[in-house]
Design a protein. Structure first.
Length: 259
């Protein structure tokens, strides 16, 4: 049998093979199934509060070429909190909703296959002015934060679940993006799982570039214990799972011990 006809070996190759278009059947959208909601509903028992309006923020100007040229992963941060204005800007740049089209789609500050935008953003707040340390969820449709739980030791559990990457505990905030796969597979079937991983790259790159404008550094993290993170975040790991995360903190200034 020619090499190109041999069955795939390994989970990665099997994923690529089984998500080829030749295996695609009719999607739930094509079968007339109701579309999933644009955003998971907030728990009515949890406190929700407004973030600074992105349109009102005064953000230092930085040209795109400079932002791209300066971008690199930063794992050491200054002992300086992020402001709520910083956080509002970074959330808007990574999942901000520019317009809502009924119950059909949202157009956001990042691209997404078919405008499906299958991500929810959780935040581990370590050092953010005005926020108690703990876990929060970003409600993108209304640009608000929902406080999930306050826990000054949660950063230890999350760092451990990130295979003991200690800088997770020393940043200002951790962005944790969870995927709700049916929001994507409703339209694209199993092929949609490919789109989820592509979309994660779009979101995180926006975070890297936006952080340059507010004096922050970012480090993306793909090494984590999926099951441990699902338990920490209170998700099932299937209908909603962690796909990517990134630390953010103020950059150290020259003379502050930056490497």
């Amino acid at each position: 049998m020619p090499d190109h006809m041999l069955p795939p070996t390994g989970a990665g190759q099997e994923f690529l093979e089984r998500t080829k278009y030749r295996y695609q059947g009719r999607s739930d959208q094509e079968n007339g199934m109701s579309r999933p909601p644009l955003e998971l509903a907030a728990d009515p028992d949890l406190p929700v509060f407004d973030l600074p309006d992105p349109a009102s923020l005064v953000i230092p100007q930085i040209d795109l070429r400079s932002a791209i040229g300066r971008r690199h992963s930063v794992r050491s941060y200054a002992r300086e909190p992020l402001s709520l204005e910083d956080l509002s800007f970074l959330l808007w740049c990574t999942q901000g909703v520019k317009s809502v089209h009924g119950t059909q789609a949202t157009f956001r500050t990042v691209p997404s296959a078919g405008a499906r935008h299958a991500f929810e953003t959780c935040l581990l707040a370590n050092d953010v002015d005005g926020l108690e340390p703990g876990l929060y969820r970003y409600l993108a449709l209304s640009h608000r934060l929902c406080r999930v739980k306050t826990d000054p030791t949660l950063h230890i559990d999350i760092a451990h679940a990130c295979l003991d990457q200690a800088f997770v505990m020393r940043c200002g905030v951790v962005f944790l993006w969870t995927a709700v796969p049916y929001r994507m597979t409703w339209r694209y079937g199993e092929r949609g799982y490919r789109n989820l991983h592509l979309d994660a790259g779009h979101v995180c790159q926006n975070l890297y570039l936006a952080a340059e404008a507010v004096g922050c550094g970012v480090c993306a993290i793909a090494a984590f214990d999926d099951d441990a993170m699902a338990e920490i975040l209170g998700i099932d790991g299937k209908e909603q799972f962690l796909i990517y995360l990134a630390t953010v903190g103020k950059r150290e200034r020259a003379g502050d011990g930056a490497g």
